[in-house]
Design a binder for this molecule. Structure first.
Ligand code: ATP
Ligand code: MG
Length: 202
């Protein structure tokens, strides 16, 4: 057998093994329901990945709700691009939030107001995907109560998926999640003095 033939035979054996492993895992994954995904960690990519999934769901014509808990009046390229889609609802916290407002009471009220929209989405079976972007900070600052959030997520329609983003996700939310991805910061341009870029960072 030539070297090429030996290599081909080895490759074929490896692929057969891989295929039977993958087939077995596919056969075992037979539960179908909406899921809870948490995108957390200090690295870049949490909100980007959430919007990527929003686009994916909209691509099939599913209803999607996005709540932006922090980005107030900030620009957001994905929102610009997608907001005319009739299947998408986006609710953004009205105030310029936290380090800009520094007023706990008005921030808490702003949070409470968008949480009403979140609760409405979390009980609407026509919404296939709900994104709670940066909600982890609301829990951290004590503007939202963990039990209230857990209950709303728990009681959502069976087919509905929820994506939670933000650093330092609450351990009780982590305990409920089906998928948790921790973005790890290996390096970030910002730490070398590079300014956030329009269309790349927001
Ligand atoms: P992105 O929106 O780019 O996916 P993210 O959601 O993972 O980022 P956030 O903490 O929400 O991260 O980031 C808010 C802003 O800060 C974004 O403009 C993002 O690009 C930027 N950013 C993300 N990670 C870091 C980091 N480790 N250091 C500095 N800035 C960051
Ligand atoms: Mg983010």
């Amino acid at each position: 057998m030539s070297n090429d033939d030996q290599r081909q035979a080895r490759h074929q054996r490896a692929m057969e093994k891989l295929k039977s492993h993958v087939d077995e895992r596919v056969a075992n994954a037979n539960e179908e329901r909406g899921q809870l995904l948490i995108l957390t960690g200090n690295g870049k990519g949490k909100t980007t990945a959430a919007w990527g999934t929003v686009t994916r769901a909209l691509g099939y014509g599913y209803g999607v709700g996005v709540i932006q808990f922090i980005k107030g009046e900030w620009e957001c390229g994905e929102r610009e691009r997608l907001q005319d889609d009739p299947h998408l609802q986006v609710v953004t916290m009205g105030t310029g939030f936290t380090w800009e407002t520094q007023n706990r009471e008005t921030d808490r009220q702003a949070c409470e107001a968008v949480w009403q929209d979140a609760e409405r989405m979390l009980s609407d079976p026509a919404i296939y995907l709900v994104v709670l972007d940066e909600i982890t900070y609301m829990l951290k600052f004590g503007y939202l109560d963990i039990d209230t959030v857990k209950q709303a997520i728990d009681a959502r329609p069976v087919e509905q998926t929820v994506i939670v983003t933000g650093r330092n996700a609450h351990r009780e939310l982590m305990a409920m999640a089906d998928t948790i991805t921790e973005m790890q910061e290996t390096r970030h341009a910002f730490n070398n003095g590079l300014k956030a870029r329009r269309g790349i960072d927001y």
